[in-house]
Design a protein around this ligand. Structure first.
Ligand SMILES: Nc1ncnc2c1ncn2[C@@H]1O[C@H](COP(=O)(O)OP(=O)(O)O)[C@@H](O)[C@H]1O
Ligand SMILES: [Mg+2]
Length: 279
């Protein structure tokens, strides 16, 4: 499938990118940070929402960035950020209604000022996260290169490596695609990216590639090249920086080969989504 071209949403109708996967530690927050950084570097206005209030990784990153600015007299761009906690309601139906409307209010508010909204979600199935999925124009699912992680997308035959049937998370996404189509006739462009890829291609990596390519046809997502396992994807978190900030005044070390390669990986992800990135 060809990469769709995403145009900047007019103010009031933002383009919403949701980062989702019901597995913790798959790289959702890392991907969110780098997407936000890429969009801001392209000169775009970005709002961000953290639905994983428990871990709060994205919120911490934004806080760190503000503090880094303040401590160093810098003016690095910071997304307008919100952190939404799920209500503690027992009734699933009530939670869907209340959390859904709280998220809508937050999207309305950010969407009035920003053309892009990036939403980071928790590694669990919550009413708020479901609702966010149904609001996605683009859904990005990072996936560790492991059958343990692939298992949330599909059941795979151990002997042949072939896909038997889609599983929980994929079914949830299907449900939200339907909800989206019913609500406004819109569609969700679902992109799966492999994360923390080893630089040496292993037998497991090739087998994963076959399974995931077959799965992409069966359940309807596009594949992005993904991120390799690189220290540069996490080393600047405490300063609220990403590898895209290395050319900014006052920012840490010099560019090395790993930064250049990682930058290219972020660029490819933005390209696959159809989002612009600064040269
Ligand atoms: N491509 C990568 N290279 C190196 N470390 C990574 C990469 N992606 C994620 N990590 C690390 O893996 C851990 C989990 O990532 P995180 O983005 O917090 O996942 P999630 O939000 O899905 O729980 C973090 O320690 C993060 O720094
Ligand atoms: Mg996270």
């Amino acid at each position: 499938m060809a990469a769709s071209s995403v145009t900047a949403g007019a103010v009031g109708k933002p383009h919403i990118v949701v980062i989702g996967n019901e597995k913790g530690g798959s790289g959702k927050s890392t991907t969110a940070m780098h997407l936000i950084a890429g969009l801001m570097q392209a000169g775009l206005d970005v709002g961000s929402i953290d639905l994983d209030a428990g871990q709060g990784t994205l919120s911490r990153y934004v806080e760190n960035r503000k503090q880094y600015n303040a401590a160093n007299g810098l003016r690095l761009k910071v997304p307008e950020h919100r952190r939404l906690e799920s209500s503690k309601l027992d009734s699933v139906h009530e939670a869907m209604v209340i959390d859904g409307s709280r998220l809508e209010a937050c999207i309305d508010e950010l969407g009035a000022a920003h053309a892009y909204i990036v939403i980071d979600t928790p590694g669990s199935d919550t009413a708020m996260s479901r609702h966010a999925h149904s609001r996605a124009d683009t859904l990005v699912t990072p996936l560790n290169d492991s059958y343990v992680d692939l298992d949330l997308l599909a059941s795979v035959d151990p002997d042949t490596g072939r896909v038997r049937h889609p599983s929980r998370y994929a079914e949830m996404v299907w449900g939200q695609k339907k909800a989206r189509a019913l609500r406004d006739g819109g569609s969700i462009d679902w992109i799966v990216m492999r994360n923390r890829l080893g630089t040496l291609e292993s037998r497991n990596q090739k087998a994963m590639e076959r399974s995931i390519t077959e799965l992409s046809r069966r359940i309807g997502f596009r594949l992005a090249p993904g991120f390799s396992e690189r220290v540069v994807f996490r080393e600047m978190f405490l300063k609220g920086l990403t590898l895209l900030d290395l050319r900014e005044p006052g920012a840490v070390s010099k560019m090395n080969m790993s930064h250049v390669a990682a930058r290219q990986e972020v660029r490819q992800l933005l390209g696959t989504i159809g989002l612009p990135m600064a040269e």
